[in-house]
Ligand binder design. Sequence first.
Ligand code: Q46
Ligand code: ZN
Ligand code: ZN
Length: 307
Amino acid sequence: MKCRKCNKKAVINMRQHKLALCQTHFLDWIPEQVQRCIEKYHMFSKQERLLVAVSGGKDSLSLWDILWRLGYQADGLYIGLGIDGGSHYSAQSQQYAEAFAAERGLNLNIVSIPETYGKTIPKIAESTLRGRAKPCSVCGIAKRHIMNRIAREGEYHVLVTGHNLDDEAAVLLGNTLNWIPGYLVRQWPVLEANRPGLVRKAKPLCRIYEREMAAYALLRGIEYVYDECPYSVGSTTLYYKEILNRLEADRPGAKLNFYLTFLDAKKKGLFSPQADPDLEQIHACPTCGQPTSAPGECVFCRMIKPG
Ligand code: Q46
Ligand code: ZN
Ligand code: ZN
């Protein structure tokens, strides 16, 4: 397989784009795609100050790297959850985030939940959920709260997260299987700060496959924590990702198409009566009197016409 741009040996083949690229061109292509996404959804400008939520994983660190390469003013935020799980998950991921920032001379804000609030995430979950469920709901609330607080206190214009296409498509699948209107209405690459005290949020990786982000991190030599959070094992999100990957294997581009056609349908007003442009044009067919949206005679009458 050869690079589409220079004919050198390709390091990645992206079947959904019918595009194979060499290392150099792939490492240029990713930031170009991210820049396009930032502009397309009016996420932020180079004059604005960004706060990137970094977990120490491949997506958030790569995103920070890309924004830095593109010349954005991006600081990082690492939230220590106090999760050990046998792999020292929190301690390890913090080390990767700190090393990344130090190597590039970037500014990393660190908030340790146990140090600031006196309890680790599993401990908070134990007392609020009484050990009934995984700590993820508690963790999500805490992370959202702290991200918004630090963004406000530091006077950042935008909070940026490393959600990739696989994340967004999995969330969309979950919200669709359960028809959760509130979430479906809100899911978008950028969320405006439309309530007092809320900071604008953006997801510049939302059109990039997880597999490509892993390749980017590897080829850029970014060191990140390989272990997932121990509580993510067996999560529904992972299950949905697996299903989408099976679809993708048979039909390259299925995942991207699922997400992008959703965004497109929303832009056209999905969830509102205007969503169906055909609806307004419905009239009685002059020949048979049945309702039709075809201009003039209905499709059936035209089809059945002699000759
Ligand atoms: S929510 Fe749950 Fe994650 Fe928090 S407890 Fe771990 S798996 S880190 S994205
Ligand atoms: Zn090339
Ligand atoms: Zn509060």
